[in-house]
Design a binder for this molecule. Structure first.
Ligand SMILES: *Cc1c(COP(=O)(O)O)cnc(C)c1O
Length: 367
């Protein structure tokens, strides 16, 4: 079997070496004489796995020692509600930067817990760009600012991160976690579904500052009966992500992806490669009027590259021929249309090079 070039937005391509390792452990894991998925989450063997995953994530991302790292379930989508539930009371307000579909979904959930509102929106500009620092005016007394570092669907990314202006910062890193250095210490909550840059779906990395954990305990103590157990950051921290059965297979896979990332020179080494991939692809998009890149130049994502073909009629043909040439999952999200190439950490530079050469050939024939 020859593997196609996979540009899926998520679940996304994984390193082949990791897939091979996963195959190995299904039937026999280490010297346990049983498969990884058959192992108790309370066993010493699994304890070593989850500790290793946490240690690697801490070291790769430079997470301060007094921060809490959780590996939960429910995806980033559950964090859209869990985060405001733990950090705010119903009289508190939360500011959002509306940079696309995922931030819109986040504000919708937050409204169930607090006074949540967008203080900036890119909607009228079809989410082509993210705001500059000077455009962000937080509301008086708001508790925190929520933003999405990389907008998976529209293909934009913050390059100058918003400053907090005295607010706590919450960031959804689902589609660019560990793709570049990131100042964890300036944030109070960071979360990311694993299925784009960290492993398979079903695991969510949640990183909490000491303030966020304390705040969760205070909010919980003011509610009759406390917070619902499965939605309680304080409880999840006390139980080290094992209040109930975690996704043991997913956590093992995440540990292996992080080990692979260490071999790539960590987040800094990976960032270099991601920049090279992005430059290759944007270079082609800028070369000819045949292509119309969606994102504004200074907001371009290094993870999800989105574009249209000037002659819209050619888009379906492009996708069809690309697939026939082993270039998979290039269809843009229905809200943007056109073409999207997701080039996460595990997408090899060779895949991007293959895509670019296909694009040049396609343009030569149809342009
Ligand atoms: C994919 C994605 C989500 C949704 O993640 P789930 O794990 O499916 O809930 C949220 N935010 C961003 C930025 C994403 O890319």
């Amino acid at each position: 079997m020859s593997r196609a070039h996979n540009f899926s937005a998520g679940p996304a391509v994984l390193p082949v070496s990791v897939l091979e390792e996963l195959k190995e452990v299904l039937v026999e894991f280490g010297d346990t004489r049983q498969g990884l998925m058959e192992l108790s989450h309370r066993s010493p063997a699994f304890d070593a796995v989850i500790q290793s995953a946490e240690t690697r994530l801490r070291s790769l991302m430079g997470i301060p020692d007094d921060y809490t790292v959780l590996l939960l379930q429910g995806g980033a989508s559950l964090q859209f509600y869990m985060c405001p539930l733990n950090l705010t009371g119903s009289n508190d307000s939360i500011d959002f930067l509306d940079t696309g579909t995922w931030s819109s979904k986040a504000v919708k959930e937050a409204k169930r817990a607090a006074n949540a509102a967008n203080i900036w929106s890119g909607k009228e500009d079809t989410y082509r760009r993210v705001p500059k620092t000077g455009e962000i005016a937080t509301r008086d007394g708001s508790t925190y600012l929520h933003y999405t570092t990389n907008n998976t669907i529209y293909g934009t990314q913050f390059h100058d991160l918003p400053t907090s202006a005295g607010r706590h910062l919450v960031a959804d890193l689902s589609s660019d976690i560990c793709s570049r250095p990131f100042p964890v210490e300036q944030h109070d909550v960071i979360f990311a579904g694993a299925q784009k840059n960290l492993g398979p779906s079903g695991v969510t990395a949640v990183i909490l500052s000491p303030w966020a954990v304390d705040r969760s305990r205070n909010v919980g103590s003011q509610r009759p009966g406390g917070l619902p157990s499965m939605l309680d950051y304080g409880l999840m921290a006390d139980k080290k992500s094992m209040f109930n059965t975690p996704n043991t297979f997913g956590i093992f896979a995440l540990d292996r992806v992080l080990a692979w990332l260490e071999g790539k020179g960590g987040v800094a080494g990976m960032a270099q490669e991601n920049i090279e991939k992005a430059n290759l692809l944007y270079g082609e998009l800028d070369r000819s009027e045949f292509w119309q890149p969606h994102a504004a130049t200074d907001s371009r994502s290094q993870m999800n590259v989105t574009w249209r073909i000037s002659n819209r009629d050619l888009e379906a043909v492009f996708l069809q021929e690309a697939a026939a040439n082993g270039l998979n999952a290039l269809k843009g999200h229905r809200s943007v249309g056109g073409i999207r190439a997701s080039t996460y950490n595990a997408c090899p530079k060779a895949s991007v090079a293959a895509l670019v050469s296909f694009m040049q050939q396609f343009e030569a024939q149809r342009g």
